[in-house]
Design a protein around this ligand. Structure first.
Ligand code: I22
Ligand code: ZN
Length: 199
């Protein structure tokens, strides 16, 4: 029955979030510190991912540049998923694998953060962006699932890896957006104090 199926999605999502709150709070806190160190020293976050993760990259950039829940100074973030001219030119003239890495090389500076989002950890264009970020002496905050895939080998010890302990893309994405909201909230709490939001 359809309603039961829907209820099962809610239960599975809530179960995973409850379970992952223990294991992911540490890497998410590390991500807050990495992003905070970046933006307080004049750096910016470059965010990338495919499909639903592209939407997550844009969602995060909007909350950094605009606001999350409280008023605060604007924070630098750019989603690398939005400029259709760059995406089509690089995809057409080179290959799809380079759509993010060429933007990272063009825009990234030492001290910036790359937010690399892939539920499988295996998207070639996200992996290429990670390699480009390392070339630019950027720290990588990676969001993955399914054991982390090829991201495990691509990341350095100084990077942060938030790997959702689940196999299903939709469930992993649901935890990714929660993790991104935790990062926004954590940065705001460090910058403004930890009082509850007004609305
Ligand atoms: O949102 C969904 C599925 O829920 C899809 O659009 C999904 O994001 C796409 O298939 C992506 O290409 C998957 O890439 P990745 O997460 O494995 O890096
Ligand atoms: Zn989706």
């Amino acid at each position: 029955m359809l309603e039961q199926r829907i209820q099962q999605h809610f239960i599975d999502s809530a179960d995973l979030k409850y379970q992952a709150s223990q294991s992911l709070s540490k890497p998410i806190a590390a991500a807050v510190q990495a992003v905070l160190a970046c933006v307080t020293s004049g750096g910016k976050v470059l965010a990338c991912g495919n499909g639903g993760s592209a939407a997550d990259a844009q969602h995060f950039a909007a909350e950094f540049v605009g606001r999350f829940e409280r008023e605060r100074p604007e924070l630098g973030a750019i989603a690398l998923t939005t400029d259709s001219s760059i995406l089509t030119a690089v995809g057409n003239d080179y290959d799809f694998e380079r759509i993010f890495s060429k933007q990272v090389r063009a825009l990234g500076q030492a001290g910036d953060v790359l937010l690399a989002i892939s539920t499988s950890g295996n998207s070639a264009n996200v992996l290429a962006a990670i390699a480009a970020a390392h070339e630019r002496e950027m720290t990588v905050v990676a969001l993955s699932g399914r054991g982390g895939g090829k991201m495990n080998a691509a990341l350095r010890d100084t990077d942060v890896h938030i790997c959702v302990p689940h196999e299903r893309t939709a469930r992993i994405q649901e935890v990714h957006i929660l993790a991104l909201h935790c990062i926004c909230d954590g940065v705001d709490a460090q910058l403004l104090g930890d009082q509850e939001p007004q609305s």
